[in-house]
Design a protein. Structure first.
Length: 145
């Protein structure tokens, strides 16, 4: 029987706990890089085109309440950049790898597709069980349409 300390040690040293900790640290570092990219490069570039030197200074006041629109814009731009990086460098490559590794099952030689509804039907069937279309021998001769 394991002691409480041994149980805790086994829990902490599990692979998925360590992987999660590494992911959180890398995510925080990546967030800092993206924030610097937005504040130091993207925002000045957009500001040079739009004429505003820094988005964080854009604000307005209503009844002595200050609304920091520029800070919000910096956050939105940062979010969009993070989302784009994740999409183009994580999601798309992973989908491509999964698609390449997925093996299509070989078609069953005892079925074909209904010419009307494209459902799988048995070879030699006289009527489609899905759409009830009457089939000819040419429809069920094993050729898929």
């Amino acid at each position: 029987m394991m002691t409480l300390g041994q149980d805790f040690r086994a829990f902490v040293l599990r692979g998925n706990v360590i992987d999660l900790a590494v992911a959180v640290v890398i995510g925080a570092a990546f967030g800092a890089v993206v924030t610097a990219l937005v504040e130091d490069l993207i925002t000045p570039l957009i500001a040079a085109i739009g004429g505003q030197p820094d988005f964080s200074e854009i604000s307005f006041t209503i009844n002595n309440s200050e609304f920091l629109i520029g800070d919000f814009l910096n956050t939105v731009i940062s979010f969009l950049i993070i989302a784009a990086v994740i999409f183009f460098f994580v999601v798309k490559p992973m989908n491509l790898l999964l698609e390449r590794s997925r093996r299509e099952p070989t078609p069953d030689p005892s079925t074909t597709k209904c010419p009307a509804c494209l459902s799988e039907i048995a070879l030699g069937a006289s009527r489609c069980p899905f759409c009830t279309t009457e089939l000819t021998d040419a429809d069920t001769d094993g050729a898929t349409r």
